[in-house]
Write a protein that binds this ligand. Structure first.
Ligand SMILES: [Zn+2]
Length: 298
Protein backbone atom coordinates (compact mmCIF):
# COMPACT_ATOMS: atom_id res chain seq x y z
CA UNK A 1 0.00 0.00 0.00
CA UNK A 2 1.27 3.41 -0.92
CA UNK A 3 1.99 5.84 1.84
CA UNK A 4 0.03 8.96 0.95
CA UNK A 5 1.29 11.10 3.78
CA UNK A 6 2.29 14.55 2.72
CA UNK A 7 5.98 15.20 2.47
CA UNK A 8 5.64 18.96 2.47
CA UNK A 9 7.74 20.91 4.94
CA UNK A 10 4.86 22.09 7.06
CA UNK A 11 2.66 19.04 6.84
CA UNK A 12 -0.39 20.96 7.98
CA UNK A 13 1.24 22.29 11.13
CA UNK A 14 -0.51 25.50 12.26
CA UNK A 15 1.60 28.57 11.53
CA UNK A 16 1.82 29.52 15.19
CA UNK A 17 3.54 26.22 16.03
CA UNK A 18 6.16 26.50 13.32
CA UNK A 19 9.59 27.97 13.82
CA UNK A 20 9.51 28.09 17.60
CA UNK A 21 9.92 31.59 18.86
CA UNK A 22 13.04 31.17 20.91
CA UNK A 23 13.70 34.17 23.08
CA UNK A 24 17.36 34.54 24.01
CA UNK A 25 16.90 35.05 27.71
CA UNK A 26 19.77 34.99 30.17
CA UNK A 27 19.20 31.24 30.45
CA UNK A 28 19.55 30.68 26.71
CA UNK A 29 21.84 27.76 25.92
CA UNK A 30 23.24 27.03 22.50
CA UNK A 31 23.18 23.23 22.45
CA UNK A 32 25.65 23.35 19.56
CA UNK A 33 28.15 24.44 22.22
CA UNK A 34 27.08 21.56 24.46
CA UNK A 35 26.57 18.47 22.32
CA UNK A 36 29.89 16.96 21.33
CA UNK A 37 31.82 19.15 23.76
CA UNK A 38 30.33 18.73 27.22
CA UNK A 39 29.24 15.82 29.36
CA UNK A 40 25.51 16.07 30.10
CA UNK A 41 23.78 15.25 33.39
CA UNK A 42 19.99 15.10 33.62
CA UNK A 43 19.17 15.13 37.30
CA UNK A 44 15.54 14.23 37.86
CA UNK A 45 14.48 14.88 41.46
CA UNK A 46 11.46 12.64 41.05
CA UNK A 47 8.28 14.06 42.61
CA UNK A 48 9.85 17.30 43.89
CA UNK A 49 7.22 20.00 44.33
CA UNK A 50 7.88 23.52 43.11
CA UNK A 51 6.77 25.11 46.38
CA UNK A 52 9.02 22.82 48.41
CA UNK A 53 12.03 23.59 46.22
CA UNK A 54 11.42 27.35 46.47
CA UNK A 55 10.89 27.19 50.22
CA UNK A 56 14.21 25.42 50.82
CA UNK A 57 15.96 27.68 48.32
CA UNK A 58 14.80 30.77 50.19
CA UNK A 59 15.75 29.33 53.56
CA UNK A 60 19.21 28.55 52.23
CA UNK A 61 18.87 24.91 53.19
CA UNK A 62 19.76 23.55 49.75
CA UNK A 63 23.14 25.26 49.43
CA UNK A 64 24.50 23.04 46.66
CA UNK A 65 21.59 23.55 44.28
CA UNK A 66 21.40 27.21 45.29
CA UNK A 67 24.89 27.80 43.87
CA UNK A 68 23.54 27.35 40.38
CA UNK A 69 20.78 29.91 40.24
CA UNK A 70 17.17 30.05 41.30
CA UNK A 71 14.47 27.56 40.47
CA UNK A 72 12.14 28.44 37.62
CA UNK A 73 8.47 27.46 37.81
CA UNK A 74 7.50 25.18 34.95
CA UNK A 75 4.61 23.05 33.79
CA UNK A 76 5.27 19.39 34.57
CA UNK A 77 5.63 17.14 31.54
CA UNK A 78 3.03 14.76 33.03
CA UNK A 79 1.17 14.04 36.26
CA UNK A 80 3.23 10.96 37.11
CA UNK A 81 6.51 9.35 36.18
CA UNK A 82 5.47 7.39 33.09
CA UNK A 83 3.89 10.07 30.88
CA UNK A 84 6.28 12.73 32.14
CA UNK A 85 9.35 10.74 31.12
CA UNK A 86 7.99 9.72 27.75
CA UNK A 87 7.52 13.41 27.06
CA UNK A 88 10.88 14.50 28.47
CA UNK A 89 12.93 11.84 26.68
CA UNK A 90 11.16 12.79 23.45
CA UNK A 91 12.45 16.33 23.96
CA UNK A 92 9.45 17.88 25.71
CA UNK A 93 11.03 19.08 28.93
CA UNK A 94 8.89 21.01 31.42
CA UNK A 95 7.69 24.28 29.85
CA UNK A 96 7.94 27.74 31.40
CA UNK A 97 4.61 28.68 32.94
CA UNK A 98 4.65 31.76 30.72
CA UNK A 99 4.43 29.50 27.64
CA UNK A 100 1.21 29.69 25.67
CA UNK A 101 2.05 27.23 22.89
CA UNK A 102 4.09 24.04 23.06
CA UNK A 103 6.82 25.78 21.10
CA UNK A 104 7.25 28.69 23.52
CA UNK A 105 10.40 28.75 25.61
CA UNK A 106 13.72 27.38 24.47
CA UNK A 107 13.57 23.73 23.42
CA UNK A 108 16.96 22.22 24.29
CA UNK A 109 16.13 19.07 22.35
CA UNK A 110 14.04 19.19 19.20
CA UNK A 111 12.27 16.11 17.81
CA UNK A 112 12.32 16.82 14.10
CA UNK A 113 9.52 14.47 13.16
CA UNK A 114 6.68 15.53 15.43
CA UNK A 115 4.19 18.29 14.84
CA UNK A 116 6.37 21.40 14.74
CA UNK A 117 7.62 21.33 11.17
CA UNK A 118 11.21 20.78 10.23
CA UNK A 119 12.69 24.07 11.34
CA UNK A 120 15.08 23.52 14.20
CA UNK A 121 14.71 26.37 16.68
CA UNK A 122 17.76 28.43 17.57
CA UNK A 123 20.02 26.70 20.04
CA UNK A 124 18.28 23.31 19.98
CA UNK A 125 19.81 19.88 19.44
CA UNK A 126 17.65 18.31 16.74
CA UNK A 127 17.26 14.55 16.57
CA UNK A 128 15.45 12.07 14.36
CA UNK A 129 15.46 9.14 16.77
CA UNK A 130 12.55 8.39 19.10
CA UNK A 131 14.29 10.07 22.03
CA UNK A 132 17.00 12.64 22.51
CA UNK A 133 18.83 9.99 24.52
CA UNK A 134 19.18 7.90 21.38
CA UNK A 135 19.99 11.06 19.44
CA UNK A 136 22.90 11.72 21.79
CA UNK A 137 24.08 8.12 21.39
CA UNK A 138 24.06 8.56 17.63
CA UNK A 139 26.46 11.50 17.86
CA UNK A 140 28.85 9.60 20.10
CA UNK A 141 27.66 9.83 23.68
CA UNK A 142 27.80 6.92 26.08
CA UNK A 143 24.26 7.00 27.52
CA UNK A 144 23.56 5.87 31.08
CA UNK A 145 20.36 5.50 33.09
CA UNK A 146 20.43 5.26 36.86
CA UNK A 147 17.11 4.21 38.49
CA UNK A 148 15.13 5.00 40.58
CA UNK A 149 11.46 4.53 41.04
CA UNK A 150 9.77 1.34 39.79
CA UNK A 151 9.50 2.67 36.24
CA UNK A 152 13.29 2.39 36.12
CA UNK A 153 13.86 -0.77 38.16
CA UNK A 154 14.17 -3.26 35.26
CA UNK A 155 12.33 -5.88 37.33
CA UNK A 156 9.27 -5.90 35.05
CA UNK A 157 8.44 -5.26 31.41
CA UNK A 158 7.07 -1.84 32.37
CA UNK A 159 10.12 -1.06 34.48
CA UNK A 160 12.34 -1.81 31.50
CA UNK A 161 10.77 0.57 28.95
CA UNK A 162 12.83 3.64 29.90
CA UNK A 163 16.10 1.83 30.70
CA UNK A 164 15.94 0.27 27.20
CA UNK A 165 16.34 3.73 25.69
CA UNK A 166 19.89 3.85 27.03
CA UNK A 167 23.07 2.00 26.10
CA UNK A 168 23.69 1.27 29.77
CA UNK A 169 21.09 1.09 32.53
CA UNK A 170 21.47 0.30 36.19
CA UNK A 171 19.20 -0.38 39.11
CA UNK A 172 20.00 -2.01 42.41
CA UNK A 173 17.65 -2.75 45.34
CA UNK A 174 19.74 -0.21 47.27
CA UNK A 175 18.62 2.49 44.77
CA UNK A 176 14.92 1.97 45.53
CA UNK A 177 12.48 4.45 47.05
CA UNK A 178 12.14 2.58 50.32
CA UNK A 179 15.86 2.80 51.07
CA UNK A 180 16.75 5.84 53.13
CA UNK A 181 20.26 5.95 51.67
CA UNK A 182 19.11 5.50 48.06
CA UNK A 183 20.59 8.81 46.89
CA UNK A 184 23.87 8.04 48.62
CA UNK A 185 24.00 4.65 46.93
CA UNK A 186 23.09 6.01 43.50
CA UNK A 187 25.70 8.75 43.72
CA UNK A 188 28.39 6.38 45.00
CA UNK A 189 27.66 4.14 42.01
CA UNK A 190 27.87 6.95 39.47
CA UNK A 191 31.10 8.34 40.87
CA UNK A 192 32.72 4.92 40.78
CA UNK A 193 31.53 4.39 37.20
CA UNK A 194 32.77 7.82 36.11
CA UNK A 195 36.19 7.03 37.51
CA UNK A 196 36.23 3.85 35.42
CA UNK A 197 35.19 5.66 32.23
CA UNK A 198 37.94 6.84 29.90
CA UNK A 199 38.42 10.58 30.03
CA UNK A 200 37.87 10.94 26.28
CA UNK A 201 34.41 9.32 26.43
CA UNK A 202 31.57 11.82 26.28
CA UNK A 203 28.88 10.75 28.73
CA UNK A 204 25.19 11.44 29.21
CA UNK A 205 23.70 10.42 32.54
CA UNK A 206 20.03 10.41 33.43
CA UNK A 207 19.64 9.94 37.18
CA UNK A 208 16.26 9.24 38.75
CA UNK A 209 16.72 10.42 42.33
CA UNK A 210 13.81 8.80 44.14
CA UNK A 211 14.45 9.90 47.74
CA UNK A 212 11.74 12.58 47.60
CA UNK A 213 9.15 10.14 46.20
CA UNK A 214 7.14 8.24 48.81
CA UNK A 215 8.08 6.95 51.31
CA UNK A 216 10.00 9.96 52.61
CA UNK A 217 8.80 10.12 56.23
CA UNK A 218 12.11 8.78 57.52
CA UNK A 219 13.99 11.92 56.46
CA UNK A 220 12.15 14.04 59.02
CA UNK A 221 13.44 13.41 62.53
CA UNK A 222 10.31 15.04 63.93
CA UNK A 223 7.93 13.19 61.64
CA UNK A 224 5.51 10.38 62.24
CA UNK A 225 6.38 6.82 61.24
CA UNK A 226 4.89 5.79 57.88
CA UNK A 227 3.41 9.26 57.40
CA UNK A 228 4.74 11.38 54.53
CA UNK A 229 3.95 15.08 54.52
CA UNK A 230 5.35 18.32 53.13
CA UNK A 231 7.86 18.54 55.97
CA UNK A 232 9.31 15.11 55.25
CA UNK A 233 9.26 15.92 51.51
CA UNK A 234 11.40 19.00 52.20
CA UNK A 235 13.66 17.05 54.54
CA UNK A 236 14.23 14.52 51.75
CA UNK A 237 15.21 17.36 49.40
CA UNK A 238 17.70 18.69 51.95
CA UNK A 239 19.17 15.21 52.26
CA UNK A 240 19.54 14.93 48.48
CA UNK A 241 21.16 18.37 48.26
CA UNK A 242 23.70 17.35 50.89
CA UNK A 243 24.79 14.46 48.64
CA UNK A 244 24.95 16.34 45.34
CA UNK A 245 28.22 18.22 45.82
CA UNK A 246 30.39 15.16 45.39
CA UNK A 247 28.41 14.08 42.31
CA UNK A 248 28.85 17.46 40.65
CA UNK A 249 32.54 17.52 41.57
CA UNK A 250 33.03 14.12 39.93
CA UNK A 251 31.55 15.44 36.66
CA UNK A 252 33.54 18.68 36.81
CA UNK A 253 36.74 16.69 37.19
CA UNK A 254 36.13 15.15 33.75
CA UNK A 255 35.21 18.14 31.64
CA UNK A 256 32.72 20.99 31.35
CA UNK A 257 29.28 19.56 32.07
CA UNK A 258 25.80 20.77 31.23
CA UNK A 259 23.29 19.94 33.95
CA UNK A 260 19.51 19.87 33.72
CA UNK A 261 17.90 19.68 37.17
CA UNK A 262 14.16 19.31 37.40
CA UNK A 263 11.31 17.13 38.61
CA UNK A 264 8.87 15.05 36.59
CA UNK A 265 5.72 16.06 38.54
CA UNK A 266 4.70 17.28 41.96
CA UNK A 267 2.75 15.39 44.61
CA UNK A 268 -0.04 16.20 47.07
CA UNK A 269 -0.39 15.64 50.78
CA UNK A 270 -4.13 16.13 51.08
CA UNK A 271 -4.45 19.56 49.46
CA UNK A 272 -7.98 19.91 48.02
CA UNK A 273 -8.44 16.24 48.90
CA UNK A 274 -5.70 15.07 46.52
CA UNK A 275 -3.24 12.42 47.70
CA UNK A 276 0.12 11.95 45.97
CA UNK A 277 0.18 12.24 42.17
CA UNK A 278 -1.18 10.86 38.93
CA UNK A 279 -4.06 13.35 38.78
CA UNK A 280 -3.91 16.88 37.41
CA UNK A 281 -3.97 19.79 39.84
CA UNK A 282 -1.82 22.85 40.42
CA UNK A 283 0.60 21.00 42.69
CA UNK A 284 1.27 17.98 40.50
CA UNK A 285 1.24 20.11 37.34
CA UNK A 286 4.14 22.38 38.28
CA UNK A 287 7.79 21.57 38.89
CA UNK A 288 11.02 23.41 39.66
CA UNK A 289 13.54 23.64 36.82
CA UNK A 290 17.05 24.95 36.27
CA UNK A 291 19.90 24.23 33.91
CA UNK A 292 23.49 25.29 34.34
CA UNK A 293 27.11 24.55 33.46
CA UNK A 294 29.70 23.00 35.70
CA UNK A 295 33.06 24.34 34.66
CA UNK A 296 35.90 21.87 34.30
CA UNK A 297 37.93 21.64 37.50
CA UNK A 298 40.72 19.24 36.80
ZN1 LIG B 1 7.89 10.49 39.15
Amino acid sequence: MTDNLSTSDNDGVPEILLAPKTVRTENFVDMQEVVGKCDILFLCLDTLRYDAAISEQERGTTPVLNQFGTWEKRFAAGTFTYPAHHAMFAGFLPKPITARTITDGQPLFFPKSIGMGNLTPAGAFAFEEATFVEGLAKVGYQTNCIGGVAFFDKRSALGSVFPAMFQHSFWRPSFGCGVQESAVNQIDFIIKRLHQTPQETLVFYYVNICAIHYPNWFYDPNGRKNHDDLNSHKAALRHVDSELARLLTAFAQRRRTFVIATSDHGTCYGEDGFQFHGLPNDITNTVPYKHFFLEEAR
